[in-house]
Design a binder for this molecule. Structure first.
Ligand code: NDP
Length: 311
């Protein structure tokens, strides 16, 4: 296995990873970014982004990520394809294995591996993924214009996705497992005031139904009465939360019960000095591109300070 020593290793290539790279390269840390399994991160699965400051007319997720990558490369960041297969953070330099074939010895590590959407775990969900089943309404809603769809979940994401889809689709069922929404009051009101959203309370999805062309419906069950029902839909959208990509780091790095990496106060320091975390992998609350970018900036500045103090 080949070995390479670097000053600053950045794992992940979303807004957090690339912003960390811009700052780290401008501070002469010669950062190397490993892009991970989804180069560009979650934003590459969205269409238009209207809330990233600096783009008055909006920007597509793909072009925003290409711009961030180019900006990081302009200052000398080396971007490589590869996935971290194993780490050893027990001593410095930290050991990070890439694709089980290369070992990096890093003086500092910035973890910016993001999060992935959760699924219900039904076999039919797997079968129709990409053929009616989606975890991103803003990416795929367009395909269901004037059709009937369902969104599962009762949080802010579910409410946001339901109201977004209500603007495109004929009817939106919001499938909620309890008799209350977890979402903020403002979001709840938006949902309640949208006439073509119907909330199905105390409802679980038993199976997603479909044919060779994709989803045609869902089999539901009321978890209070046991009553079974069926809805006819073409799109089934998951909005039941996210899972942070922290698995490989967990033997060394402190996380909360859901696996989000714990960072120290306003800094991006993890429980291991010299290892920092930025973006959605350490942020269960805001999960916004601009918030991730901000934390990436802080992580690089924390790494620079750490190197100055630990030469
Ligand atoms: P949340 O964890 O807040 O909500 C997840 C929802 O999915 C809950 O209603 C939960 O039900 C439901 N759920 C979980 N598992 C299942 C399951 N297996 N079957 C059915 N339903 C399930 O996640 P969100 O993605 O909505 O939000 C994450 C964070 O991001 C929150 O802090 C939120 O406020 C924030 N956010 C803010 C936005 C904004 O302000 N514009 C927009 C989007 C997100 P239950 O309630 O019963 O647990």
């Amino acid at each position: 296995m080949s070995t390479e020593r670097i000053k600053c290793l950045i794992i992940g290539s979303g807004p957090a990873g690339y912003t960390a790279a811009i700052y780290a390269s401008r501070a002469n840390l010669n950062p190397v970014v490993y892009e991970g399994a989804q180069p560009g991160g979650q934003l590459t699965t969205t269409t238009e982004i209207d809330n990233f400051p600096g783009y008055p007319m909006g920007v597509t997720g793909t072009s925003l990520m290409e711009d961030l990558k180019k900006q990081a490369e302009r200052f000398g960041t080396e971007v490589r394809y590869g996935v971290v297969s194993k780490v050893d953070f027990s001593e410095r330099p930290f050991k990070v294995e890439i694709n089980s074939e290369k070992e990096i010895l890093a003086d500092t590590v910035i973890i910016a591996t993001g999060a992935v959407a959760k699924y219900l775990g039904l076999p039919s969900e797997e079968k129709f993924r990409g053929a009616g089943v989606s975890a991103c309404a803003t990416c795929d809603g367009f395909f269901y214009r004037r059709k009937d769809v369902a969104v599962v979940g009762g949080g802010d994401t579910a409410c946001e996705e339901a109201t977004y889809l209500a603007g495109l689709c004929n009817k939106v069922y919001l499938i909620v497992r309890r008799d209350v929404l977890r979402a903020s009051k403002a979001m709840q009101e938006r949902v309640m005031n949208t006439p073509n959203i119907e909330i199905l309370w105390n409802t679980n999805t038993k199976e997603i139904l479909g044919d060779e062309f994709g989803v045609t419906g869902a089999a539901l069950v009321n978890n209070k009465t046991g009553e079974e029902s069926q809805i006819n839909i073409h799109g089934f959208f998951l909005a039941i939360g996210h899972h942070p990509n922290s698995e490989v780091f967990k033997p060394y790095i402190e996380t909360n019960a859901e696996g989000y990496i714990i960072t120290d106060g306003k800094s991006q320091k993890t429980s291991v000095p010299g290892v920092f975390a930025a973006g959605d992998v350490q942020d269960p609350t805001y999960r916004q591109a601009i918030a991730a970018a901000g934390s990436g900036c802080r992580a690089a500045m924390d790494a620079e300070k750490f190197l100055q103090e630990n030469q």
